[in-house]
Ligand binder design. Structure first.
Ligand code: FUB
Length: 449
């Protein structure tokens, strides 16, 4: 009884601590893993896998059927775009489970999404926009090998001379050159020797390549980051003077942590800063003491050393990364643009195509970080639809912070409603708190008068 009581107290203390400072994990409305960030124009497109919340307890019990997309221009408020691809897009692959790690890259205005369909092989989908719709142009797996179960975790990199490479694999790392069309390959499938392991450079098992390669080039150096030997997995990396190696293993970017069996790097430069994405099990362990394959994507900023090597980072922090710039509330903002949410879900209206947020219980909220109200906002407008009537409280700085105003949501049909609010100036975190009933919010916008 005493033990249960202490666990309960720890849980609530944890929730309060998490709420006040947290930015990691970056998505709280779904379980997400295997982050594959793409910087295109001024936006970060964060493609993730999706751990179903019905995944049963136990290590390795993945239940994964689709790939999701989130975008951000400030690294802290992420807009949910829902499912961008699913197993149904690969008719040649298994359909029940196995939508594993992926990467999307752009070439000549087309977007190529390489996906592992675990047990069936690696597929490729193509779209004219980073949001999709993605279609399978070849109707079969991209690489044909006799080790299909090992053919997971594709990473694609295009060198300065235009030659593209596909890397993948667990527990070995392979590569093949891609043709310019990006949907066929040329030459031999080549195994990259696990140098850290084979030459005895590694001092601990967790140092070696295991899976989740992330290949890129920066300032003339070629990088191969990866999830290090299971379990738990850290993030290791190797460097080279060429896309085909030889690779020199450089050690950990992040040491493994007993709290998380896996990890999976996705690395970008964005607006002059460098970021690594990966995942932890924090949200799963907020719900239960049991391990489920219900992971959550995290991000950290880091700085390269002058010689191009990467400093070792601590495990995923709770604070996460700093905001780049501010959010402008006078522009219409999709309600699914979220810094932190509790008790909320996102969904799509099949009839209208609208993507929206919905509360699961009273008191649920979304936080939008770093909103710049400038010289003053005096009114809010929002597009809402009620499941049961309720009210949307507009608060700042905390979910129980200053109440600026309230929108009453009554109509079951989508409608735009508005209310004047207490004048608010300068930069604040905005909290939209759902009270009373259950209802949907599509977008919101502030007005200066
Ligand atoms: O998410 C399923 C698999 O787990 C990925 O493909 C691996 O990299 C590991 O994260």
């Amino acid at each position: 009884m005493i033990k249960k009581f202490s666990v309960l107290i720890l849980f609530f203390v944890g929730v309060i601590a998490l709420r006040s400072i947290a930015q990691n994990p970056v998505i709280q409305t779904r379980f997400t893993a295997d982050p594959a960030p793409l910087v295109y124009k001024d936006t970060v497109y964060l493609y993730t896998t999706h751990d179903e919340n019905t995944a049963g307890p136990g290590m390795g019990k993945f239940l994964m059927k689709e790939w999701l997309l989130y975008t951000s221009t400030d690294m802290v408020n992420w807009t949910d775009h829902g499912v961008v691809a699913s197993l149904k897009d690969f008719v040649w692959g298994r359909q029940d489970n196995g939508a594993w790690a992926h990467q999307c890259i752009e070439r000549n205005g087309k977007f190529y999404l390489y996906c592992a369909v675990q047990g069936s092989g690696i597929g490729v989908l193509v779209a004219d926009s980073p949001y999709g719709p993605f279609k399978d142009p070849i109707g079969k797996s991209l690489v044909d090998t006799d080790h299909k179960w090992n053919d997971i975790d594709p990473s694609v990199f295009i060198d300065d001379n235009g030659q593209a490479y596909l890397y993948w694999g667990n527990p070995s790392l392979w590569y093949v050159k891609l043709n310019e069309d990006m949907i066929s390959h040329a030459g031999e499938v080549t195994k990259i020797p696990n140098v850290g392991k084979e030459k005895g450079q590694a001092t601990e098992d967790t140092y070696h390549y295991q899976e989740g390669p992330w290949a890129y080039k920066r300032n003339g150096h070629y990088y191969m980051a990866y999830a290090s030997t299971c379990c738990p997995e850290g993030i290791g990396y190797a460097m080279s003077n060429s896309a085909t190696g030889p690779w020199e293993y450089k050690g950990y970017m992040m040491k493994p942590n007993a709290k998380s069996s896996g990890n999976h790097p996705g690395i970008i430069d964005y607006k002059g800063k460098s970021y690594v994405f990966g995942f932890n099990y924090r949200l799963n362990f907020m719900l239960t003491e049991q391990h489920h394959e219900r992971r959550s994507v995290c991000a950290e900023e880091f700085k390269y050393n002058p010689d191009g090597t990467i400093p070792e980072l601590p495990w995923w922090s709770e604070n996460g990364v700093e905001q780049i710039g501010n959010l402008n509330p006078f522009k219409r903002t999709a309600a699914e643009t979220i810094n932190w949410a509790e008790g909320m879900t996102t969904a799509k209206d099949i009839k209208t195509g609208q993507f929206f947020v919905c509360n699961k219980n009273t008191g649920a909220y979304i936080k939008i970080r770093g909103v710049d109200f400038g010289k003053g906002a005096k009114k809010i407008e929002a597009c809402v639809a009620a499941i049961t009537a309720g009210s949307l409280e507009i608060r700042i700085d905390d979910k129980a912070g200053t109440l600026l105003g309230t929108l009453n949501v009554k109509s079951p049909k989508w409608e735009t409603i508005s209310s004047s609010i207490k004048t608010v100036k300068g930069k604040h975190d905005l909290y939209l708190v759902f009270k009373g009933g259950r209802f949907n919010l599509d977008w919101w916008k502030m007005k200066a008068n």
